[in-house]
Design a protein around this ligand. Structure first.
Ligand code: CAO
Length: 415
């Protein structure tokens, strides 16, 4: 028994945003039926291929805990099968380009007619407005949602971030919307439409930058390095390098070995509550009582000097030594961990955050497990399905077709 045991998902998702959502629902126990075009499948199966002939890591890492059914939904028999599936499922999830489902002949009103309890969940690039018909990929969403204009250094171009906040971030929003709609359906008996636009998801994650946009009207943003540097602020929230986005100033600082190791850095936060500990650790005990340094407002115009002094100390330690020394003193610091270090970290394997999965085409590979830990619903990661691996099983067990029916469906070219 898992949290979503008994919930059946009709998964029309592809690429990253939608599959993130349905994979999460699968980890939570839902039966996820991934519908794919016969012979083709999700385009990511054959993108960024690392092992010739095998499904890519891009695909496998986003489609665990799912069953794959091939179905041509533009074929007449295929449409009939899809109608039966709509009647049998609780949730339909899709992230096609705008209008694709309507063109397929499955508008929201038709879906409601077939199954009034159906929850119809979509990721789109944009919500209603001037761009609602546009196709969108991750970095487009990062740019249109405010992340790129506020990421990077003041003297450089806008930057996209490695965290897939547009795709995977929006997939998480959609999953929450679906679970909430399932809960509401218990009371109302009705399904509903759930929309998670990628621009909205990115902007939502950039709220501190929207906060700063409004604070700018009252004067310079004093916790930004730019203020310490004496550079005037413009009209929009600027790029702030590695400055902390919160009220406790922080920066990325060099650690021992930075000259050769691109990840020998630490994040260091000068939390006001532990300022005295910081002064002792970095060998500046005189700053504890000096009125120019003793209080957060006094330090704001001197942050560059403060962080330079801290960096003189961090450069004498490895990023792990910084962690070991600062943590007992309650000073918040964080090592810059590489993907190599994370993939080798034993504690992440133990908690199932990183898991090794066996695949018939690829052999063993690493992937991320469920990032949500529940005491009564433990996620077990099962391998991603091969294209159409469960077609017969789903036609028979979920839809109740006989062997003869299945033969006829195959003859029609629908699966
Ligand atoms: N049987 C028959 N046809 C099928 C099918 C099936 N099982 N599954 C999909 N199709 C068809 C669709 O109906 C569509 O046909 P039409 O163009 O004739 O309507 C076609 O396949 C392609 O769908 P698409 O336009 O969604 O795919 P694309 O590769 O051209 O675009 C993407 C990809 C991601 C840009 C677009 O889907 C999109 O903007 N999605 C919404 C935003 C989103 O989720 N973006 C994140 C993706 S991850 O970076």
């Amino acid at each position: 028994m898992k949290a979503l045991t008994g919930v059946r998902i009709l998964d029309f998702t592809h690429v990253q945003s939608g599959p993130t959502c349905t994979q999460l629902l699968g980890w939570l126990g839902a039966d996820v039926i991934k519908v794919e075009r016969p012979g083709v499948g999700d385009a990511t199966r054959k993108q960024l291929v690392d092992i010739e002939g095998a499904d890519s890591l891009y695909f496998t890492m986003l489609n665990h805990n799912k069953r794959s059914l091939t179905l041509n939904t533009k074929n007449e028999t295929g449409k009939q099968v899809l109608e039966r599936l709509i009647k049998e499922c609780d949730v339909m999830v899709e992230n096609f380009a705008p209008g694709a489902l309507d063109r397929m002949g499955f508008s929201w009103s038709k879906i409601q007619e077939l199954n009034p309890r159906m929850i119809m969940a979509s990721v789109k690039g944009f919500g209603p407005g001037p761009y609602e018909d546009c196709k969108v990929y991750e970095n487009v969403a990062q740019c249109a949602g405010g992340a790129a204009s506020t990421t990077g250094f003041l003297d450089g171009p806008p930057l996209v971030t490695g965290a897939q906040i547009g795709d995977s971030g929006t997939g998480l929003n959609l999953a929450l919307g679906i679970v909430a709609a399932l809960y509401q359906r218990v009371q109302t008996g009705r399904g509903q439409k759930v929309l998670a636009p990628m621009q909205d998801g990115v902007l939502n994650l950039c709220r501190v930058k929207l906060r700063d946009q409004q604070r700018l009207l009252q004067g310079p943003l004093k916790e930004y390095s730019q203020y310490s540097d004496g550079i005037e602020f413009g009209e929009a929230t600027p790029r702030a390098g590695n400055d902390s986005g919160g009220g406790q100033p922080g920066r990325i600082l060099k650690c021992k070995g930075w000259e050769t190791d691109p990840n020998a850095y630490t994040y260091f936060i000068t939390q006001a509550a532990v300022w005295k500990n910081i002064c002792d650790v970095i060998g500046k005990p005189e700053w504890k009582e000096d009125p120019d340094y003793a209080t957060p407002p006094a330090r704001l115009p001197r942050l560059n000097e403060v962080f330079d002094a801290i960096e003189q100390w961090t450069m004498t330690k490895t990023k792990y030594e910084v962690m070991d020394i600062c943590n007992p003193l309650d000073i918040p610091v964080g090592p810059i961990l590489s993907m190599k270090e994370l993939s080798e970290e034993a504690s992440l394997r133990e908690t199932g955050t990183v898991v090794e999965v066996d695949h018939p085409e690829r052999g063993a590979y690493l992937t991320v497990g469920c990032p949500i830990k529940m005491s009564d619903s433990q996620a077990e990661v099962t391998r991603a399905p091969l294209l159409g691996e469960h077609t017969d099983e789903i036609l028979k067990d979920v839809l109740g077709y006989s062997e003869d029916d299945i033969f006829a469906i195959k003859e029609s070219g629908a699966v």
